[in-house]
Design a binder for this molecule. Structure first.
Ligand SMILES: Cc1cc2nc3c(=O)[nH]c(=O)nc-3n(C[C@H](O)[C@H](O)[C@H](O)COP(=O)(O)OP(=O)(O)OC[C@H]3O[C@@H](n4cnc5c(N)ncnc54)[C@H](O)[C@@H]3O)c2cc1C
Length: 455
């Protein structure tokens, strides 16, 4: 993959997070020198990284394939815990397991900071890659191809360029903010009315996990929910998702007494396992989540937005980082197809990726609502059971939307088209009188009958 023609060109990546660091690896493998400017300190150094959310991520086929292409998949997988499904915890203490796949496929839970550290180390090992930490992007001249930074401690200013600039600086991108000031740049952002806070559940005696460790645990409660991700050391990292305002909201949970009562009332099976709930909860304000769409993703063949900077989506499908990694792999193929033509590279990347990310943005908003409101409803569970049975009976012909998104690299837009055809079939099965009772005994016949009808 190395192309030494480019050895003299130095490119600039703004943001040494997940996508910026993987991008630096890809660009270096093509023979480019790369300077990565990151606002925060080095993630491998000890110390608080206060403004960066650290809640776990799940990686799936798309992200892993992009890591694999540059030989990083195994190194990353070694840091993950495989998760085979969701364990739903109802308020009465009963639980139900919903496998992600009936072929035993898993998604992979990983600490965001560990993933970031491993990617920075991998990028730094590439010839020609240099990191500049504590450097915040403060200005951009997209026409001239220059970008400026301010050092977090010394406040010294640096201007870099002319260069090609890759804005990989996340959902609240400074590079994008500068592009917003230019003509004909469309931009929209939609905050979720929900935010989230992180809570840690340590391992039990002898390092044993207090919940089953190969599942993602969800306590859906309508307007709010708790999710727990397993870690390798037997601990769990939880996200408490709740509205910013209203009855059960971050605005209403203002005292230790209220918080403890709320947690024990709503999550009675797990609240006793969360030590110092109030200390953890009040240590930080709630994080926001935002859907961002913008166009164009590039300017003057000098600047390109990638990852969350171009397309921030809600985390309900666990796709943001996976999609950002996929951007890097697609960009690499565009570079191969358009040597020495950055305008061509950037235009093709946007043509291939923007429609996909627009589809995903909508899906994530819908699915976020579904996770909070519906995953515990009998009708939803029945739909999922029917989908699983169809998948078991006809693995070549039926795949749920979730499995297409998580376990294949089918373009998101194609996955949605397939799902809408299949949804019609599942709707017909669910419309049969007394389906709940018939489900166990007659499912196979029923499904076969419906399949023949729509064939
Ligand atoms: C609660 C939650 C759960 C999620 N779960 C998943 C999941 O399970 N799976 C998944 O795939 N995705 C998930 N995501 C999405 C995922 O976190 C993002 O898509 C991913 O982090 C995007 O990577 P990025 O490198 O584009 O941006 P970021 O990870 O945000 O990195 C941007 C980097 O740029 C730096 N930066 C910012 N501004 C500047 C500046 N002005 N100058 C210089 N540097 C700057 C930041 O410090 C940071 O290091 C989740 C997101 C949230 C909020």
């Amino acid at each position: 993959m190395r192309n030494s023609d480019h050895a003299r060109d130095r490119l600039t990546v703004v943001g040494g997070g997940l996508v910026g660091s993987l991008l630096a690896v890809y660009l270096a493998r093509r023979g480019f020198g790369v300077d990565v400017f990151e606002r925060q300190p080095d993630p491998r150094m000890p110390g608080p990284r206060s403004s960066r959310p650290s809640i776990n991520l799940t990686l799936c086929e798309r992200g892993l394939a992009a890591l694999d292409a540059v030989g990083l998949k195994d190194r990353v997988l070694a840091l993950t815990v495989p998760v085979y499904g969701r364990r739903i915890h109802l308020i009465d203490g009963s639980t139900a397991f919903q496998p992600y796949s009936n072929r035993g496929e898993a998604i992979h839970s990983i600490s965001r900071n560990e993933l970031n550290a491993v990617l920075v180390a991998a990028a730094e090992r590439e010839r020609g890659v240099a990191y500049h930490f504590d450097q915040k992007c403060t200005g951009l001249d997209s026409r001239g191809g220059t970008v400026s930074f301010e050092h977090a401690v010394t406040k010294a200013r640096t201007e870099v360029g002319p260069t090609k600039i890759f804005g990989a600086d996340g959902a609240y991108s400074g590079v994008r903010l500068q592009l917003q000031k230019t003509e004909l740049f469309d931009y929209s952002q939609q905050y979720s009315p929900q935010g989230y806070k992180e809570l840690a559940i340590p391992a039990g005696p002898e390092g044993r996990p207090v919940l089953e460790a190969d599942a993602l645990h969800i306590w859906p409660r309508g307007d709010f929910m708790l999710i727990a991700f397993p870690n390798r050391d037997g601990s769990f990292t939880c996200g408490l998702y709740a509205p910013f305002h209203g009855e059960h909201s971050f605005a209403s949970l203002t005292t230790e007494e209220r918080l403890v009562a709320f947690m024990h009332e709503q999550f009675p099976d797990i609240a006793p396992c969360i030590p110092s709930i109030a200390e953890q909860f009040f240590a930080r304000s709630a994080n926001t989540m935002v859907t961002v769409r913008c166009r164009p993703w590039s300017r003057h063949g000098n600047v390109l937005l990638v990852g969350d900077a171009a397309h921030s989506i809600l985390p309900s499908y666990g796709q943001g980082a996976n999609a950002g990694f996929e951007d890097c792999a697609v960009l690499d193929r565009c570079i191969e197809r358009h040597p020495n033509d950055w305008r061509g590279v950037f235009a093709e990347l946007e043509e291939l990726r923007r429609p996909e990310m627009d589809v995903m943005a909508d899906l994530c908003v819908e699915h976020f609502y579904e996770l909070r409101e519906h995953v515990a409803e009998p009708r939803f569970l029945l739909r999922k059971a029917v989908e699983r049975r169809l998948q078991e009976l006809y693995p070549e012909r039926f795949a749920s939307l979730y499995s297409l998104v998580a376990f294949t690299r089918t373009p998101y837009s194609e996955a949605v088209r397939i799902e809408s055809r299949q949804r019609a079939l599942v709707d017909r099965i669910l419309a049969v009188d007394g389906i709940e009772q018939k489900f166990r005994s007659e499912m196979t016949t029923l499904v076969e009958h419906c399949l023949q009808e729509v064939a």
